[in-house]
Write a protein that binds this ligand. Structure first.
Ligand SMILES: [Mg+2]
Length: 426
């Protein structure tokens, strides 16, 4: 038996945690650079603001209906997500963190008879201890928990919980029939239109496909597995271990297009530093680096430039990587253009604890160990005094590139300087 716990309007709910006066009002959270809506409150959805709505097109509607818009505060959302996952691990260690606001739980180890009552209690606990509204779907397969969760969100009569496990088949089928096929797990905007063209409309239509037809329509074995999952036969196990990382990447659209070499260097340094921090957190080092710069797509002849680095000694040191990237950038006249976005991708990842030496002496062990010790010291200082307190100066060469985030809320839970202040009146 599985449960899927999924937060309602996650980013908006995080904002409302510290601004309870926004409950009941239309709220949207915008993507990086305040580009488009990535999370909408129920009230905002009711105004007809679609997912991904470009902010500039909806500016007038926002003003008319007093829609509150926030710049994405991803440090805050990440921290609230971590708290929720921590609470769920207290419920059961058999869980899969599927995304920032969704987790699958394997319930088969839990001594419980009445799953609905269990879910109602868990939902109340999450609300009390973290302050997030969630929906819970319960079913014998992960594919069906997705449907159950979707219905629990859409149908207010269900109170945020739907248990398909004890239902007779005809009742499950009514829930499947009420679920549009785009909301079925694994069918997104790509596959959806193709299936609609074949006359399929709902999750029930997919369940009723023959395995052969499911394979034909939905790309092989994954398709027939999906069909089986909707019929109540589990094909997808819980993936507790998490997938092994192959790459780490960080990219940003700039707040202003720029040709300023200092701004470009600052952007690259900052993105590389973030990617390297992720590497070190997972105990990894990279020996491949790929840097990509892109001009504004909306302007004619938008330029592109990329550079690939191969390092003899795998590293998670942004200083080493940035120095080489900066040299490559300065040496190539084609890189001197007006840029709109930068992406840094680290690949060929290996565990940093086992540095593989080579016979030819390319790998510089002593230097790598010294570098690692320096990074450990930097990480220890930043853990104590706040993220980014100590960093490479190149990151601060210019802030022209920094994405616009005009209406970001404070990082209430991750920055000492932005703690919420309580005023007690006596
Ligand atoms: Mg969600």
């Amino acid at each position: 038996m599985f449960a899927l716990i999924d937060c309602d309007n996650f980013f908006v709910s995080c904002e409302r945690l510290f601004r309870p006066e926004l409950n009941g009002r239309p709220v949207v959270v915008l993507s990086s650079n305040d580009g488009c809506a990535v999370s909408r409150s129920t009230e905002a959805k009711a105004l007809g603001i679609p997912m991904g709505a470009p902010a500039f097109k909806y500016r007038e509607l926002f003003r008319q209906h007093n829609v509150i818009s926030f710049s994405g505060n991803f440090a805050l959302y990440g921290d609230i997500s971590r708290r929720l996952m921590l609470l769920l691990t207290e419920v059961t260690p058999y869980l899969e963190c599927y995304s920032v606001d969704e987790s699958f739980l394997d319930l088969s180890q839990l001594p419980e008879q009445d799953w609905r009552r269990w879910a109602v209690r868990l939902r109340r606990r999450i609300w009390q201890e973290i302050g997030l509204p969630v929906s819970i779907g319960i079913a014998p397969t992960k594919g069906l928990t997705k449907v159950a969760n979707h219905r629990a969100k859409k149908d207010p009569l269900l109170g945020g919980v739907l248990n398909l496990a004890d239902m007779p088949q005809w009742l499950i089928d009514t829930q499947l029939a009420a679920t549009p096929l785009e909301d079925v797990w694994g069918i997104g905007w790509r596959l959806g239109p193709r299936l609609r063209a074949e006359g399929l409309q709902t999750a029930l239509d997919i369940k009723q496909l023959t395995p052969r037809r499911a394979r034909q329509l939905m790309g092989g074995v994954r398709g027939s597995q999906l069909q089986l999952e909707l019929s109540g036969i589990a094909c997808f196990p819980l993936e507790t271990a998490g997938r092994v990382r192959q790459t780490v990447s960080h990219g940003r659209m700039f707040g202003h297009d720029t040709a300023d070499p200092l701004a470009i260097r600052a952007a690259i340094s900052s993105l590389t530093a973030r990617a390297c921090r992720d590497l070190r957190r997972d105990g990894l080092a990279a020996s491949g680096v790929y840097l990509k710069l892109r001009g504004n797509r909306h302007k004619p002849g938008s330029p592109r430039w990329s550079h690939c680095l191969r390092l003899n000694t795998p590293t998670a040191d942004p200083g080493l990587i940035c120095a080489q990237l900066a040299t490559a950038l300065a040496a190539d006249p084609a890189a001197q253009q007006i840029w709109h976005r930068a992406d840094v991708l680290l690949f060929n990842l290996t565990p940093s604890a086992h540095l593989q030496t080579d016979m030819l002496g390319y790998v510089q062990t002593a230097q790598a160990v010294r570098g690692q010790q320096r990074l450990q010291a930097i990480d220890a200082i930043n853990r104590r005094y706040g993220a980014d307190r100590l960093r490479y100066a190149a990151e601060n060469l210019s802030n022209v590139w920094q994405p616009k985030a005009g209406s970001r809320s404070p990082r209430y839970t991750t920055d000492w300087g932005e703690l919420p202040v309580a005023i007690i009146k006596v």
